[in-house]
Design a protein around this ligand. Structure first.
Ligand code: FMN
Length: 363
């Protein structure tokens, strides 16, 4: 079967996801180049991004060992090439490999008093550009505390900025050996326990925009399991008869874990492997077809669902978006919003000007 006609115009200038609007529908996805305040400010100020996604944080943060320290990048110069042997770019392809773990800095740095997102929201009262705060925790109790903290920030800005914060639960980072990503077992109890917490937060405040960052699945039954698992959380409003689901968007996909790249394949690496850790998460052009396949499969399955709430879920397509043509392909596969990380690491925010110019000519 061929790819069906898009349900939207590829160059739609604005996409609404529950209570946020993304305009233009081009964003950075969570990554090491969206960590601290200067990086987030550059993405916020960039006219070619419609939202800013943060790097994934945990409730309390953690201490990184020296071999896993990410060199800070106060400005968007190209990432210091493999200076910490955690990120490397291929020599002859816009492909990256990384063993970066989560942001060691706690959620508090984003949303606490004086937190970077709080500061940036206050600095830009006249824009509706939202932040998508990427979070993760394996323990439901900690996840609940994170949601409470984010809701605290939303409450502070409720009158005019409630629609400027969304939450993306990252259940798909492949780089944490002791904590297998819950989304790789989409019908399992670990993911359900986290979804229970998200659903509670949503039913307490249905204006909360919640999404999930998913891994690149290689088996179609996994995708069916994800849709079935999420679908179990839909509720029909007794008055309107409308079905509602706590999940407003799915970001497809995260990196492809357990990938091995040798030093001579990448820029600036010494030793045997591109990463000191050996294996890591593959991103960029080398995984584009897999990312497109996931976007297409999820879009199709959701569009064909009998549950109108599932048909409303927006797909954010990511994985190998390094050119105008790739943006167009993501839209053709069913993504309403398109995201990029590897190209951001390579070019800085200029990446979005390149991609943003693309949509008209490529569609
Ligand atoms: C260096 C690096 C760090 C990343 N960190 C995160 C992260 O903290 N959370 C997350 O959900 N995804 C993370 N990702 C995955 C990206 O958001 C994205 O899903 C993936 O790289 C595919 O997009 P791309 O091909 O444009 O890079 C990271 C990717 C890279 C390259």
């Amino acid at each position: 079967m061929g790819i069906p006609a898009p349900r939207y115009r590829p160059n739609t200038p604005m996409v609404t996801i529950r209570s946020i609007t993304v305009s233009p529908p081009l964003i950075n996805t969570a990554c090491a180049w969206a960590s601290d305040e200067p990086q987030l400010a550059a993405l916020l100020d960039c006219p070619h991004t419609g939202a800013v996604t943060t790097r994934t944080v945990t409730l309390g943060g953690f201490t990184e060992d020296a071999s896993h320290t990410v060199t800070p990048t106060p400005t968007f110069s190209p990432y210091p090439l493999n200076s910490s042997h955690k990120v490397a770019f291929f020599k002859d392809s816009l492909t990256s490999i990384n063993s970066v773990r989560l942001f060691p800095t706690p959620l508090f740095s984003y949303v606490g008093p004086g937190g970077w997102i709080r500061t940036l929201l206050n600095r830009t009262p006249n824009t509706s550009k939202p932040f998508i705060i990427s979070i993760t925790e394996s323990h439901p109790t900690d996840l609940r505390l994170m949601l409470n903290a984010i809701q605290g920030l939303r409450a502070t800005h409720r009158r005019d900025r409630a629609s400027r914060i969304a939450i993306e639960l990252n259940t798909s980072c492949p780089n944490i050996p002791t904590s297998p990503p819950a989304s790789y077992d989409p019908a399992g109890p670990a993911l359900a326990a986290l979804l229970d917490v998200l659903a509670d937060a949503f039913w307490a405040d249905p204006s909360l925009t919640i999404g999930m960052k998913l891994p690149p699945y290689v088996v179609s039954t996994q995708i069916e399991d994800v849709v079935r698992t999420i679908g179990a959380y839909s509720r029909v409003d007794p008055e309107s008869g409308v079905s509602v689901n706590p999940i407003a968007f799915l970001t497809c996909t995260n990196t492809l874990g357990n990938s091995l790249v040798f030093a001579d394949q990448v820029e600036g690496a010494t030793g045997e492997f591109a990463l000191s850790a050996g294996v890591g998460g593959l991103a960029g052009e080398a995984m584009h077809a897999l990312a497109l396949g996931n976007v297409y499969a999820f879009s199709k399955m959701l569009a064909e669902s009998e549950d109108s709430a599932l048909r409303e879920i927006v797909i954010i397509g990511a994985g190998g978006v390094t050119s105008p043509e790739a943006v167009a392909r993501m839209h053709r596969a069913g993504a309403k919003v398109v995201g990029s990380a590897t190209l951001l690491g390579k070019l800085g925010v200029a990446a979005f000007e390149l991609l943003g110019n693309a949509v008209d000519s490529a569609s």
